[in-house]
Design a protein. Structure first.
Lengths: 280, 280
């Protein structure tokens, strides 16, 4: 007994947070997979270990900039750079646990230090960095022999954004869409429809995962591709509906993209010894 | 805050236990569905409310026979009579929480009082009652145009047991198998292969749910149909492998079927207020 957790989600992208403030947990890939198992474990898309930056060897060089390091692991145990939904839940936890004050906050990640804005309650905003349009201009996405043009967007990770009239045109999305050309490490695909002025809805197929309820960088990619069609180079704020909820994406004068959305803490508790084996 | 839970599973059939000893929780179908949501809630196949039989109006008439009532709800919120995996987890919780002593234990359910045998640790055994073979003798199960003969078994709920050479003969089981004749309230279908003497493996398609990792009554139905083929009317003990683990099923001289298997408590905690709304 004794390993504490918090369960939370952002637009139904869900996480097990492990407060490990002084970096004493040994978190093997196998243990992460066991915790994230949705039937034999607690269940989540990934684990967010909460650790003091100065105490974590891999993040210590960022300790002057950010007190807390988000050690994000996918449900399969692999280490991940950054997650736009996860970092909102991480920030909400820091405030709820009294580990930081509400306001502007810097959080260290494997993708560097991220700036987050978190109130005493409600939505959380994260600076997702600068979006780029790396091209080429003739990207094609194919699903079930239907072919659409797509916009390539780089949000630190690669996206292909397809505009549709109806979200169900993309079908069941049981298989990964074919993207030509495909970036070397694969690509996430967003299917986007217009819902109104500065309002879109999307579905997302994440590389290596499948269709998901939400994807933070995907929502940003969908927004910047939509905003470029409507009014290039003009800062704007969009509502982006994803299957798991509603996000807000803004572009600033300096080109940075801000992602705003819910961060909900669902439960707090401790794992039972049987599940954990040896974690110390 | 303040509503406690325990998460547990039996052969990966998983449950949120709600200790509500004095029957003060108001557990609406909508709240059950929210708790069982695997992304926005804690996630489970169902909820097991733990309540003193004498304090629960619907179970009070059983208070002389069993101190504790298992109020089982499916993930959609509907009330369920009985669950062979759930009652093992329920019994393990009673012992771990110090609410009962290890040993022979009577637990009240909507299907009457069940007898359970639970040690200080390890597997839990439950008396699943008498199996019946209601017929007819010419039941047919069809999957993807393949047709097999099946044995109708009644374990309090209806089953059709199909014997195969290989479990993957039944295909992906994305749709419900066609059963002719189908009992009025539908039927669970077990696909069973022989693994050795008194050892079978099975897959199960549960009515209204789809293929699952385990089904307690399904394991019993698979065993009694297998044992009748091998040695009719002789008490026997079988190992029954399900996708989520291993169960043991025995038939006794008096015709009762006993189900034995793991009951694992994974985590303990409290729900956060946001998820609960008003439950008092």
């Amino acid at each position: 007994m004794g390993v504490a957790f918090v369960k939370g989600h952002g637009t139904e992208n869900d996480f097990v947070l492990l407060p490990d403030l002084d970096a004493t947990l040994h978190l093997s890939a196998e243990l992460v997979a066991r915790l994230c198992d949705r039937r034999a474990g607690l269940g989540a898309d990934g684990v967010l270990r909460v650790v003091r930056t100065a105490d974590e060897p891999e993040a210590r060089h960022l300790a002057a900039e950010a007190e807390w390091f988000m050690d994000y692991r996918n449900a399969d145990g692999s280490a991940v750079e950054m997650c736009g939904n996860g970092i909102r839940v991480f920030a909400r936890y820091l405030v709820e646990a009294g580990l930081t004050e509400p306001g502007e906050l810097a959080i260290a990640t494997r993708d560097g230090v991220k700036q987050v804005r978190v109130g005493a309650s409600g939505d959380v905003t994260v600076d997702m960095g600068v979006a780029r349009f790396p091209g080429p201009d003739d990207v094609k996405v194919t699903v079930d022999r239907r072919v659409w043009p797509a916009v390539a967007v780089d949000m630190g990770n690669p996206h292909a954004v397809v505009f549709l009239d109806e979200l169900d045109e993309a079908g069941a999305l049981l298989d990964a869409p074919l993207v030509d050309p495909t970036p070397p490490d694969g690509v996430n695909v967003e299917f986007v429809v217009r819902r109104g002025d500065a309002h879109v809805a999307m579905r997302v197929h994440e590389r290596g995962v499948g269709e998901t309820r939400s994807c933070g960088t995907g929502a940003c990619a969908a927004m910047v591709a939509s905003a470029r069609r409507a009014a290039p180079d003009t800062p704007a704020t969009y509502t982006v509906d994803v299957p798991g909820g509603r996000l807000t994406v803004s572009t600033r004068e300096d080109g940075h993209v801000e992602l705003t959305g819910p961060a909900v803490l669902v439960a707090v508790g401790e794992f039972a010894g049987d599940l954990l084996g040896s974690v110390g």
